[in-house]
Design a protein around this ligand. Sequence first.
Ligand SMILES: C[S@@+](CC[C@H](N)C(=O)[O-])C[C@H]1O[C@@H](n2cnc3c(N)ncnc32)[C@H](O)[C@@H]1O
Length: 263
Amino acid sequence: MKTRDIQEAMAVDPIDLERRVKDMYKKVALQPEVTYHFEMGRELAESLGYPSKELDLIPKEAIESFAGVGYYFDFANLNKGEVVVDLGSGSGMDVFFAANQVGPSGEVIGIDMTEEQLQKSVKLGKDAGFKQLVFRKGYIEEVPVVSNCIDVVISNGVINLSSDKKRVFKEAARVLKEGGRLVLSDIVTEAKLPASISCNATLWAACIGGAMQVEDYKELIEEAGLKIMEVKENPYAFISSNAQGASKQYGIKSISLMAVKIA
Ligand SMILES: C[S@@+](CC[C@H](N)C(=O)[O-])C[C@H]1O[C@@H](n2cnc3c(N)ncnc32)[C@H](O)[C@@H]1O
């Protein structure tokens, strides 16, 4: 086992973490108007680069609960008819965004473990008349999708929350077709986080404690059988002064990347 894996395995109790993450994102689904330690909603989406005109085609309530950390659809380059899976789809903003790009001949599958997020996205999709959507309750460490059938796996601000990132990237690679793309935005760090931060489940649920050192993160993706083609930094900032302090000290930042499944 590499030091990187041991550190991750020891960092938090996965059951406690799941409870805290579900609790946090239940609130994000039901009470988007509350102030969290991170930004949310349309203003955030536009500041990250989501085109306003395309946001106008998405249910407003999905945008209100958007809690992503970057814009990666420029890397994703989605084509009509493609099949997409969103790992940690939340209230569904990226699912709807992707659905408009792949069109009625495509399909987008949103996966999330938090009941309230899932219910909200299902209702919004039905009300708005989207036909090319499927939402499944499940874990990103055990994606409820058969192998080798997906064109593009997307994920926004989610993988940092997982206590088993190695498994998440293996799952992404498993479900992708050969040549398929993994395109994501996530929180990573320049320096390895000390145990005082990485062992704190509250900070982990807040998208800080679980952030992995960027080179280790990229290594896990490549070890899963994906070749990284593009990486960029996103204009994302935490709100609370605690988070801003840690962010400065350890170089906590948001990146987007695109990787391709190789043979
Ligand atoms: C920061 S929010 C991002 C949601 C969405 N991608 C967005 O951009 O608004 C994280 C989401 O990931 C889900 N999540 C976190 N860990 C998960 C896991 N291990 N398996 C499935 N879903 C998870 C949470 O329930 C929550 O809805």
